[in-house]
Design a protein around this ligand. Structure first.
Ligand code: TRP
Length: 382
């Protein structure tokens, strides 16, 4: 069986370093591993619209941001198909058929959607503009089904995503099994691929809150300047009990260390060891474990670690920023990539949709089918 990847992001903002460690970095590695027959990277504008119906302009603007973030991280249009979800109308058709295989009750159990409903203030009750209550948009409620369409349309075998997407992949797998058992073996059941490093599963915001999110204002963006990164790291949440440099500090739940777990490599100590040379105390750390041990023992100040973290993040982001600058000067190229990619994706999805319609026997006018259908019906009226 072919090895095929499909994954993507909603274009509701620029991508941040949580996206990077949670999935972008992995995608690039997978792309360059040469192990996959096809790779599809989708900008999920239609899904973004399910809770942004009143703001299509925001989504439209961010398609380009996300595309440039993708390519500056190393996603290569020669190796991966980058495309825009709304331009592949077959996906909505597939969703419509899959809807019949999923109950309302099943959708209501989806923990990620539940959290998102709470976060967006969509109340459970019917929307009532006067009472200032927002109901749940039906499109939003059903987006896990549309996500199953995204994945199955490309016969994806592997979906590299963050932990919050687990319920969507599970829902997809259920739809595939239901479809295949009802209509015959047609769709491919995908596997989820999660980040292997726990710190990357869900990078907290700079304020220590569970998730980086634009609305919380706690993100470091891939396109942030070196100065912005420095400022954000400076203001970062650490161990509130670590008041004096001499105090023993906690590493667990300390955002600075979570970020180091996600970004830091041993070679960074050769490059940026000078961050740990001070007027009063100096350290010669070789790896992150030594830093942690010293922090726990006391005597290592937050400022030194923050300076080091700033250097590490900027070192990671520098080549990404440089590529982005180039792309910003070549907007026609970026749109050309998306246009071509969307055409390729559309053809793939059309082939799957044809399989689906054939399996469901709703391919009435397909070559050969109509003749049979006529014969069958004529028999009935003889
Ligand atoms: N739900 C994903 C997100 O929030 C975006 C997405 C849409 C997606 N369809 C997908 C991810 C299919 C993986 C596979 O960013």
């Amino acid at each position: 069986m072919k090895k095929i990847i499909l994954t993507g992001d909603r274009p509701t903002g620029r991508l941040h370093i949580g996206h990077y460690v949670g999935s972008l970095r992995r995608r690039v590695e997978l792309q360059n591993s040469g192990e996959f027959d096809k790779i599809f990277i989708m900008i999920a504008d239609a899904q973004a619209l399910t809770d942004n119906a009143d703001n299509p302009e925001k989504v439209r603007q961010n398609i380009l941001e996300v595309a440039m973030d993708y390519m500056s991280c190393g996603l290569d249009p020669e190796k991966s198909t980058l495309f825009i979800q709304s331009q592949v109308s077959e996906l909505t058709e597939l969703s419509f058929f899959y809807m019949n295989l999923v109950t309302v009750q099943r959708l209501q159990r989806n923990p990620t959607v539940k959290q998102e409903i709470a976060a967006r203030g969509f109340s459970e009750s019917e929307g009532d503009e006067n009472a200032n209550k927002k109901g749940i948009p039906t499109g939003f409620f059903t987006y896990p089904i549309s996500q199953a369409a995204d994945i199955t349309a490309f016969k994806a075998t592997v979906v590299p995503v963050g932990e919050d997407q687990e319920p969507m992949i599970e829902q997809t797998r259920e739809i595939v099994r239901k479809f295949n058992s009802t209509y015959g073996e047609t769709l491919v059941e995908p596997e989820i691929m999660l980040p292997s490093n726990a710190a990357c599963l869900r990078l907290p915001g700079t304020d220590g809150k569970a998730k980086m999110s634009k609305s919380l204002g706690n993100c470091i963006y891939l396109s942030d300047s070196a100065e912005e990164v420095q400022k954000k790291v400076k203001g970062m949440f650490t161990d509130p009990g670590h008041l004096q440099v001499s105090d023993p500090g906690k590493v667990e739940g300390n955002t600075v260390f979570t970020y180091l777990d996600a970004f830091c490599k041993d070679e960074h100590f050769e490059k940026f060891g000078s961050c740990f040379v001070g007027k009063k105390v100096s350290f010669d750390f070789k790896n992150l474990d030594e830093v942690k041990a010293q922090y726990r023992a006391g005597g290592l100040g937050d400022m030194m670690i923050k300076n080091f973290l700033t250097a590490v993040i900027n070192d990671t982001l520098e080549p990404i920023r440089a590529r982005r600058k180039e792309l910003e000067k070549n907007i026609p190229y970026v749109y050309e990539v998306l246009k071509k990619g969307s055409e390729v994706a559309q053809k793939e999805a059309a082939a799957t949709l044809a399989d689906v319609k054939r399996a469901m026997k709703i391919n009435y006018f397909e070559e050969g089918t109509l003749e049979e259908l006529i014969k069958e019906q004529e028999e009935k009226y003889k």
